[in-house]
Every structure is written in structure tokens, then in C-alpha cells.
Design a binder for this molecule. Structure first.
Ligand SMILES: [Zn+2]
Length: 67
């Protein structure tokens, strides 16, 4: 089984969770990545207020989308 399959599935689930979270925003606490739970740096939120993924997960998704 190629790893890409599992990764694609995980990314799809992550995107679904992203949509759900976007529809039901939490309070303005400390936002975390919806994929891995890492804190999203405030500096990153300033440049991209809607960011709900850490840089690492975002890059992974962008790579997946580019294919
Ligand atoms: Zn992440």
C-alpha cells in the first residue's frame, strides 16, 4: 500500500474537519491546527486570519492539491 493513499485520506478528513470548524468557529482562544493540534502562531494569523492549519500541514495540503 502506498503511503500516498493514507495521506490523501487523512487530508480529506482534515479538510472536512476544517469546513466544520469554519462553520462553527470557536471562541477567540488559542487556535490550533485542525490536523495536528499544534498552536497556530499569532504572527501567521495576522497574515492569514482564516488559517486553521500550521505551516507544516498547510504545505502538505498544498502539495496534495497540486497533484
Ligand atoms: Zn498541523
Amino acid at each position: 500500500m502506498p503511503d500516498d493513499m493514507d495521506r490523501a485520506t487523512a487530508l480529506t478528513e482534515a479538510l472536512t474537519a476544517d469546513a466544520i470548524q469554519a462553520a462553527r468557529p470557536r471562541g477567540e482562544g488559542s487556535p490550533t491546527c485542525v490536523v495536528c493540534g499544534e498552536d497556530i502562531p499569532a504572527r501567521r494569523r495576522e497574515t492569514m486570519p482564516t488559517a486553521r492549519h500550521c505551516v507544516r500541514c498547510l504545505e502538505a495540503m498544498e502539495k496534495a492539491r497540486a497533484r
